[in-house]
Ligand binder design. Structure first.
Ligand code: IMP
Length: 440
């Protein structure tokens, strides 16, 4: 059984918690797109205390002993960030070895000039800046598509790497000079490259064969999406998106597995909506309520610390994510953040230039012009933190969830009521209808 976990909104839905929760039931956990722009927060009780892990590149499965974690070919890897993450995990007693962390030899590297270019390009956009995480993601994928990139496989051949880095630095400096940015020090880049090669080469392998052979031999695979459907380069609110396919299609191209290998797909979605960076957000709350949700939900970027924009649940977005990814079920997170509210709104359609539509427009300007058409429901105004039984939820919370599921078009396999693993309502019934017979 192979399962993909996908963000169903604009990211930060809590994918890390859901992946961490079900990872024990899989043999392999793989990332397939994005880079260290992602920030998957996992809170685990170890040795009697809560430990917080924020993972940027390494699949969230790493905290579980005995799992193989794969950084697939579709990921862009910043070698320095990866080494720091490995060191931090080891310092917390998590084992990271060449046997449990594999990096695809086809994955492209993020180099210092990608970060410099990310900054320069964002600055040149002025008011229409994307609000990137400044991690060099876009420029690294640009170089990959332009067939000029350096790949993790190059780390396994030191002499070839030196040659490629020298050539790459010269080309990069031409581009940086155009933007008036500081140039790359070629010698330093080569010295860094040789260090990355020494430390990371043991992890680099052909993960395409590894994943296909392992799944053929009956091993189970959990595909961990980063970012989300509305940030997908093709299907999101372009150009206010990331530079990879963060919807389910990316799992095939970014891991090198066929669509038939994915048995089920679960979308992670918050009980409300957030987004970081620029771009349209029809249900955004630019008021005290939006601020209260941000404060209660701790809505600050796990990678950048930026405050997240907050708003009501958007069922137009949810239905789109269900459609584009063929979601079998949803995992709803952060229900408890809405505990205090006296009423809740659900956006069921948009009004754009006087026309009501239930579809996500392709154009960011139209999406910007979208006025949400809301349904209003009464709040439950009682504490749901930690509830792990659906029947123990206040009746109004149950009604809100039933309506969200109805307007989104998918059942809830998980409802999260807190950060910890056990603060989750699990529907064994929905999971088994997805073909997942997990006793979580
Ligand atoms: P980039 O991926 O750094 O190029 O940023 C492009 C857009 O995606 C920006 O709006 C970012 O805020 C957003 N973004 C990238 N990664 C994440 C994430 O992990 N969570 C939420 N938003 C993200």
């Amino acid at each position: 059984m192979n399962l993909a976990i996908i963000g169903a909104q604009w990211g930060d839905e809590g994918k890390g918690k859901i992946v961490d929760l079900i990872a024990p039931h899989f043999d392999i956990v793989a990332r397939y797109q994005g880079g260290h722009n992602a920030g998957h927060t996992v809170i685990i009780r170890r040795n009697g205390e809560d430990q917080k892990f924020v993972l940027h590149l390494i699949p969230s499965g790493i905290t579980h002993p005995g799992k193989t974690c794969v950084i697939g070919n579709g990921v862009v890897v910043h070698p320095g960030a990866l080494l720091t993450e490995i060191d931090e995990l080891r310092a917390k007693g998590i084992e990271v070895t060449a046997a449990n962390l594999l990096i695809s030899n086809r994955a492209h590297l993020i180099l210092p000039h990608h970060i410099a270019l990310d900054r320069a390009i964002e600055a040149s956009r002025g008011n229409s800046a994307v609000g990137t995480t400044m991690r060099g993601i876009g420029p690294a994928y640009e170089e990959k598509m332009a067939r000029r990139g350096i790949r993790a496989g190059d780390l396994t051949d030191a002499a070839g790497l030196v040659e490629k880095l020298a050539h790459n630095a010269k080309q990069a400096n031409r581009l940086l000079a155009m933007f008036g940015s500081d140039l790359i020090d070629e010698k330093q880049l080569i010295a860094d490259g040789l260090r990355w090669s020494e430390l990371l080469a043991p992890h680099v392998t052909d993960t395409t064969y590894f994943l296909n052979h392992a799944t053929r031999d009956g091993k189970s695979l959990l595909l961990e999406g980063a970012q989300a459907t509305m940030l997908d380069i093709d299907h999101g609110t372009y150009p206010f998106v990331t530079s990879s396919n963060s919807s389910v299609g990316g799992a095939c191209t970014g891991a090198g597995i066929p669509p038939s290998a994915i048995n089920a797909t679960i979308g992670v979605i918050k009980a409300y909506t957030t987004r970081v960076g620029g771009g349209p957000f029809p249900t955004e709350l630019n008021d005290a309520l939006g601020e209260a949700i941000r404060a209660k939900g701790g809505e600050y970027g796990a990678s950048t610390g930026r405050p997240r924009r907050t708003g009501w649940f958007d069922a137009v977005v949810a239905r789109y994510a269900v459609m584009v990814n063929g979601l079998d079920a949803l995992a709803l997170t952060k229900l408890d953040v809405l505990d205090d509210l006296d009423e809740l709104k659900i956006c069921v359609a948009y009004k754009i230039n006087g026309q009501v539509t239930e579809q996500v427009p392709y154009d960011a300007d139209q999406m910007n012009a979208a006025e949400p058409v809301y349904e209003t429901m009464p709040g439950w105004q009682s504490n749901t933190v930690g509830i792990s039984n659906f029947d123990d939820l206040p009746e109004r919370a149950q009604q809100y969830l039933a309506r969200l599921s109805e307007v989104s078009g998918a059942p809830f396999a998980f409802i999260s009521t807190g950060a910890e693993r056990n603060e989750t309502i699990i529907s064994a019934d929905v999971l088994s209808r997805c073909g997942l017979h997990l006793t979580v």
